[in-house]
Design a protein around this ligand. Structure first.
Ligand code: ASP
Ligand code: MG
Length: 469
């Protein structure tokens, strides 16, 4: 029994042309696999618009959030107009789009009437979940029209999570029960579930989300629970790249990565994959392929068990924003570490954090990164929360908080690569290095640099990667 899970990101469902490719790729694989499960993101940019709507609702800007709902309506309707659908299906779909957007407006209204200072993620999760609900219905209607047996499934009915709204963690035991009750029978009867990514619900049924880019995470958890043979991630780029192509012009596709390398790459800032998605797949040695929806015949990137390179090599470089904490004294870091950990959890729903910590006789330095899954304002939110917390203990906590960039080179066996480490430092020349660390999995070498130097450091390290090929 062969099972394939395919995840379609925002750019692969964002236009009518991309949606036709979705149809093409599913149709192409149905004859090759016994069972297929599809997981979809919201259309490109839709989640951002929904977050904006929730923010506008918080300040009771009714016009603002209504305008967003109207824009979303016309975008989704325009897309289905361009798709090969029969009239009755088109009508049903239009009615569903209207219903979902009217639910979303209800949520916004309830935020506006319960005005609070900070927008609570419990409220915004209920609003942003609309994006995936819309796209899953469109994809399902399109496939159905082409005689592919399928049904849209709401992730909130399958993914049972804790109540860390905005960055929830799935409860695997409870989710497994739902998968067994709902998804496995569908798969066995030759039906393709088209599941909304990113969304879950608490055991009490309150909608949650798994953090930005969370559709990958849904796809990964479901791949593990349906015991898939492979997970394919369809995206708008050619695969995992050696650097962010928007920052570095000659970035190239990385053909193979180990699970540890892929996890570190995602953790340290490559937005293509959600950092928590790798573990469930690595445990089962379940291969992941990352492919370009516009060029399905290209091989893209394969993430699988150790590729077994003979020599340590650098494969990619990332840069991510972080916070630095500095104080002109040494001494135990236990107090501040606990405070940062607690604030991180309260503000962002995260339990773990990466830190570079260094101490000398007269000063202490800590650098922590904020995973991209938190969203763009994560660093700001945490900085504000930490400053407020520390203001409560002025004598105890003379820590100065600032922003830094953590530039990370990813590769295999970096602990056995003194020469590579030396080259990395050498190429940075006059750039100030605030801290450095070899990642515990030996796949990452991170340098904390002033935020304004991030791009230059990134480009120089990428130069090294290109030269070493
Ligand atoms: N739509 C969500 C986001 O933009 C989840 C995803 O795309 O994976 O973050
Ligand atoms: Mg993504």
């Amino acid at each position: 029994m062969s099972t394939l899970v395919m995840k379609y990101g925002g750019s692969s469902v964002g236009t009518a042309a991309a949606l036709r490719q979705v149809l093409g790729t599913v149709a192409n694989e149905t004859s090759k696999w016994d069972q297929i499960l599809v997981v979809v993101s919201a259309l490109d940019g839709v989640t951002d618009m929904l977050f904006e709507a929730a923010q506008l609702a918080r300040i009771a800007n009714q016009r603002g959030y209504r305008r967003i709902a109207a824009n979303l309506r016309s975008r989704h309707l325009a897309i289905i107009d361009q798709l090969p659908l029969e009239r009755p299906d088109r009508h049903t779909l239009q009615a569903e789009i209207d219903r979902l957007l009217s639910d979303m407006l209800d949520q916004c209204r309830s935020i506006a009437t319960n005005l609070n200072e900070e927008l609570s993620p419990a409220y915004s999760d209920a609003v942003v979940a609309a994006g995936e609900r819309l796209s899953a219905r469109i994809v399902a209607a399109l496939l159905r029209q082409h005689e592919i047996r399928c049904a849209a499934v709401d992730g909130a009915d399958i993914m049972v999570t804790d109540d860390a709204y905005g960055n929830a963690h799935p409860d695997l035991a409870l989710t497994r029960q739902r998968v067994e009750a709902t998804l496995l029978p569908m798969l066995r009867s030759d039906m393709i579930p088209v599941v909304t990514g990113f969304i879950g619900a608490t055991p009490a049924g309150e909608t949650t989300t798994l953090g930005r880019g969370g559709t990958d995470y849904t796809a990964s958890v479901l791949s593990a629970l349906v015991d898939a043979d492979e997970l394919w991630i369809w995206t708008g780029v050619d695969g995992m790249m050696s650097a962010d192509p928007q920052e570095v012009a000659n970035a190239k596709v990385i053909p193979r990565l180990s699970y540890d390398e892929a996890a570190d790459l995602a953790y340290f800032g490559a937005r293509l994959l959600h950092s928590r998605m790798i573990a469930p797949l690595a445990e089962r040695k379940l291969p992941i392929r990352i492919k370009n929806i516009s060029l399905p015949q290209q091989t893209g990137t394969l993430v699988s068990t150790e590729p077994n390179e003979s020599e340590p090599a650098l494969k990619a470089v990332t840069s991510i924003h972080g916070l630095s904490l500095r104080r002109p004294a040494s001494g135990s870091l236990a107090g501040v570490t606990r405070l940062v950990g607690n604030t991180l959890f309260k503000t962002l729903g995260m339990r773990t954090e990466v830190m570079i910590a260094s101490q000398s006789a007269t000063s202490s330095f800590i650098c922590l990164v904020i995973p991209t899954s938190i969203g763009i304002d994560g660093v700001d939110r945490l900085q504000r929360a930490l400053e407020a917390k520390m203001a409560e203990y002025p004598e105890k906590m003379p820590w100065e908080i600032g922003t830094v960039a953590l530039v990370t080179a990813i590769g295999s066996d970096l602990h056995r690569a003194a020469r590579l480490q030396a080259q990395l430092l050498d190429c940075l020349e006059e750039i100030e290095i605030l801290g450095l660390a070899l990642g515990a999995s030996n796949c990452s070498f991170s340098l904390a640099v002033p935020a304004k130097e991030a791009r230059s450091a990134l480009r120089r390290i990428h130069g090294l990667i290109v030269k070493s090929d």
